[in-house]
Design a binder for this molecule. Structure first.
Ligand code: BGC
Length: 915
């Protein structure tokens, strides 16, 4: 039954619009941009050919069949002319100096060596062209932070030289930053280019959206989702970032603009929320206070000369009270429609007073472990960025209000100092240090008191999961049929690239053994995320803009629409949950995964997550919000422990998750690799049960990050301690190669009594209730709602080959390839499952009747990375065998043969295990 339609043209259009709306214009002297009709454009920088569509690692491995870079986008605009001589100079140089791809996972360079520019090249270009566009690129990725060095956070000398020379010769210079997250910007003051545009990583349509902005087809409306300070050392987390054992979060809740606006305005080069347009706007605000809310009616009028959109941002300055507060906190925003010159729109923004509350982790207000609104005056500001927002109203509270009573959870064990504002005689704030309250409760007793009971094991009574779905039996009766072993298998997912689900995906979970399938438990499928589907089988998918870009749109409707389409694409590929959005906080600019995450602000982060999840939920799939919580550094990411106050956790690091759970019904969450206050999040009871389920009423399931570790407090984390994980209600361990043989402590812990069957059943129940909401369940019940794809060019984005056959590989296995098509440009793909991982010799046997010196290359790749090229010549018709050796990590792989030349008859491929 084709119930859904995925309109490919709409997908392309919305992605392109998102890119354009996410571009942030920081400077535009004398209206240097946009490029005007008929103008000649000189494009500098090698990244014009090698646009970064995304970062690297799991969040960037989407296979695509095209990427439109910035030069492509500009060339597609027929109204302007490109300086082709300059393009050709770059082309020739790039041919001689190809991209350095680095050495794979976390081994890629974050930037590429720039072409040295001679004065004559620049002056020749300046003679011919009206405007220069300089493209600067940076990638980023997991497992490696950005570095405080040229080529990473800073411009390289060649990049500076390029900007300086071009600025000296051209009157109009626009520097376009194709970067995952913010970089140093001090060079702007040194070289003074007329325009600066953050274009981020825009996915495969990126260059088109950027060109829309550069050429004025779209007026920029993106706003910074982070503060750009002059120096890295200005960021309050700087001295406590990059540790190899712990990072102490002394800056507490004062992250990003919360710190800068309160204590150090002068250190800000570009404030949070800032972004220019080609037009200008006026805002007039009417403010009304209601019982539990404040309402703002903001009339936004386009007072410039071209059409454009504007974002209204609302901030609160709460009374300092006893807790101390940041003087600006984002509590609402809305983006206008496209306003023509002279046109107005009234944006209504309503803000619950309760979201202005602070968490008292010390009890200083007399309300320990409560969110409170302290007595005093609450000032509300509205405007187009945090700095220029003006006072529009306020309200007074005569006495403190307890907004919600919670319980102490995840509190630190050892004392440390955190910063707090102290008003000085000038009425501004200086920093004082305040002791962080330490834990007063016994978490282990809390956990033990909540260990659930369950029905006794009954053996198979013929119930299937669909009977739970239709309400015929309870989930408890259903799970009572499963033995302890069967329950323990369900806790462990299989991956990467499990043959049990869509080829090339991150994990199969739920029905992963024959027996579990017989109980009617479907096999769920998840894959990365966040910027589109990562399908390591080589299947192409739509590559989306990165998290930072999408946050900078400040457009929730657009995010929702984009992720509804992503959801349809997932459905079409039988993916139940995307491993994203990534919703950690940009605590420090060097975190390697900032590009995947949205912002330094938890409210913006939460709103974006809610929008994206809502989009996917509309079509019956979901996203796994990650990494829960405080994954703020990639260096030593499996070892690092964050020491952080309960208040900062709740107000900053958990807030986006709370919003996603409460406001969009998130039902899939991934924990992190690291620890928070001594307990690794994969086994953190307070996080995964007390806060998530007891307080927020979360009804979904929780998975670990891939091969993550869990610990019992005070002990070293390990990959075997799955009992700690289950006790905390982290339901699924990601991932094993084989759930049945994986060496963990589940059954031994059951025997010892340190884990109960009730706890296993509880996690199995969480997994089953997740599965009952998936297309996988629909498929099992024969009621799958399918997707019809319309308006898609033949060659774009594919549907996965669900029936791909996986060949079993033992010590020596030869597979016949007789009869496969080896014509030039064709390829052949097969799945393999190895008996063991290790070094393999892979030999191809082929023959050819072409001449002895004919060159017939065959390239072999494994799950997307090249193993090498087998260079055959004519063989006089005889069979010839060529071999290569490679290490195979993991047991499931996709082997792809690519034929660079016709004329070969391929007979077989042999895998030989070398140890
Ligand atoms: C990443 C996750 C990702 C997982 C599966 C891990 O390395 O941290 O974000 O979803 O791999 O690819």
């Amino acid at each position: 039954m084709k119930e859904y339609k995925l309109d490919w043209e709409k997908y392309v259009e919305i992605a392109r619009t998102a890119v354009a709306e996410g571009c942030v214009l920081l400077k535009n002297d004398n209206k240097a941009l946009p490029i005007l009709k008929g103008e000649n454009v000189a494009v500098f920088g090698r990244i014009q050919f090698d646009y970064y569509k995304s970062g690297t690692g799991s969040g960037g491995l989407v296979n695509v069949n095209y990427v439109h870079g910035i030069l492509d986008g500009l060339k597609a605009c027929k109204d302007i002319r490109i300086n082709e001589e300059l393009v050709n100079i770059y082309k020739a140089w790039c041919k001689e100096n190809p991209i350095d791809k680095g050495s794979g996972w976390a081994g890629e360079p974050w930037s590429q060596v720039e072409m040295p520019l001679s004065d004559s090249i620049v002056s020749a270009a300046a003679d011919k062209s009206d405007i220069a566009i300089i493209v600067i690129g940076r990638t980023a990725g997991e497992d490696k932070d950005n570095k405080s060095e040229p080529g990473s956070y800073y411009l390289s000398d060649l990049e500076k030289d390029m900007i300086s020379k071009v600025c000296a010769s051209f009157k109009r210079v626009a520097v376009v930053l194709n970067v995952g997250n913010i970089i140093d910007m001090k060079w702007v003051e040194e070289y003074n280019p007329s325009s600066v545009l953050y274009a981020w990583h825009g996915g495969m349509e990126g260059g088109m959206g950027v060109a829309d902005v550069l050429t004025g087809a779209v007026s920029p409306s993106g706003k910074l989702s982070d503060t750009i300070a002059y120096n890295l050392s200005d960021y309050p987390s700087d001295s406590n970032f990059g540790g190899d054992v712990i990072n102490i979060y002394k800056e507490d809740i004062y992250v990003g603009y919360r710190y800068f606006e309160t204590f150090a305005k002068e250190k800000v080069q570009y404030p949070f929320g800032f972004g220019l347009s080609y037009t200008s706007f006026s805002m007039e605000t009417e403010f009304y206070e209601a019982e539990e809310k404040v309402n703002l009616k903001v009339t936004v009028t386009n007072i410039g000369e071209v059409s454009g959109k504007e974002v209204v941002q609302v901030y609160v300055n709460p009374p300092q009270g006893l807790l101390g507060k940041a003087i600006k906190n984002l509590v609402g925003f809305k983006k206008s429609k496209i306003l023509k010159p002279g046109e107005s729109e009234v944006l209504e923004i309503s803000v619950e007073k309760s979201i202005m509350a602070s968490y008292d982790d010390s009890g200083v207000t007399g309300h320990k472990s409560c969110y409170v609104l302290e007595a005093g005056y609450y000032e509300l500001f509205a405007g187009s960025d945090v700095r220029s927002a003006t006072l529009v109203g306020g309200f007074n509270l005569d006495e403190i209000i307890e907004v919600s009573k919670l319980s102490e959870a995840m509190a630190p064990v050892n004392e440390f100092d955190r910063i707090k504002p102290q008003r000085n005689e000038k009425g501004t704030f200086t920093i004082t240090m305040d002791k962080v309250p330490t834990r007063t409760i016994d978490v282990e007793s809390r956990r033990k008191a909540s260990v659930p009971s369950c029905k006794e094991y009954t053996g198979d009574r013929g119930y299937k999961l669909k009977d739970v779905n239709t309400g015929t039996v309870s989930i408890d009766e259903f799970l009572a049929q499963l033995s302890d072993e069967e329950l323990s298998y369900m806790i462990k997912a299989e991956g990467m690239c499990s043959p049990k689900v869509t080829p090339g995906t991150a994990a199969a979970f739920g029905g992963i053994t024959e027996r579990l399938l017989e109980f009617g438990i479907p096999t769920g499928c998840c894959t990365d995320g966040p910027s589109g589907m990562r399908l390591d089988s080589g299947t192409n998918a739509f590559s989306l803009p990165n998290g930072t870009l999408l946050a900078c749109t400040f457009n929730t409707e657009l995010n929702e629409a984009l992720f509804e389409l992503e959801g349809l694409e997932m459905r079409n590929n039988r993916v139940d949950t995307l491993l994203g959005p990534g919703i950690n906080i940009h605590r420090h600019p060097l975190n390697g995964r900032n590009f995947e995450y949205f912002s330094e602000d938890p409210f913006l982060t939460g709103e974006m997550a809610v929008a994206q999840l809502k989009g996917m939920h509309r079509v019956g799939v979901t996203g796994t919000i990650k990494h829960f919580c405080a994954n703020n550094q990639e260096f030593k990411r499996t070892e690092i422990d964050c020491i952080v106050s309960e208040r900062a956790l709740r107000e900053i690091y958990l807030k986006g998750y709370e919003m996603a759970v409460k406001n969009s019904g998130a039902y899939s969450i991934m924990t992190t690799y690291g620890g928070v206050n001594g307990v690794w999040t994969a086994g953190n009871y307070d996080q995964n049960t007390e806060i998530l389920r007891n307080e927020w009423k979360y009804d979904g399931f929780v998975m670990t990050d891939w091969w993550a570790m869990a610990n019992d407090e005070g002990e070293k984390p390990s990959r075997e301690n799955l009992a700690a994980m289950v006790r905390s209600q982290n339901d699924v361990y990601m991932v094993t190669q084989d759930a049945v043989t994986y060496g963990d402590n589940l059954l031994a812990s059951l025997k010892e009594g340190t884990l109960t069957r009730g706890e296993l059943v509880r996690s199995a129940s969480n997994i089953c209730s997740f599965l009952m909401r998936t297309p996988a369940m629909e498929r099992m019940m024969g009621v799958e709602r399918e997707v019809e794809i319309i308006n898609k060019p033949e060659d774009q984005c594919m549907t996965s080959d669900f029936d791909m056959e996986y060949k079993k590989i033992d010590e020596i296995t030869t597979i016949s390839l007789e009869g496969i098509n080896t014509d030039r440009g064709s390829s052949y793909l097969m799945g393999i499952t190895l008996a063991k991982m290790g070094n393999y010799r892979i030999s191809l046997t082929a023959s050819s009747t072409a001449s002895e010196i004919a060159q017939i290359p065959v390239t072999l790749s494994r799950s997307g990375s090249d193993i090498g090229t087998y260079s055959f010549n004519g063989t006089g018709g005889e069979k010839v065998t060529l071999s290569r050796e490679t290490y195979m990590f993991g047991v499931n792989h996709y082997m792809k043969l690519y034929f660079g030349q016709s004329g070969l008859k391929l007979h077989s491929i042999t895998f030989e295990f070398l140890g």
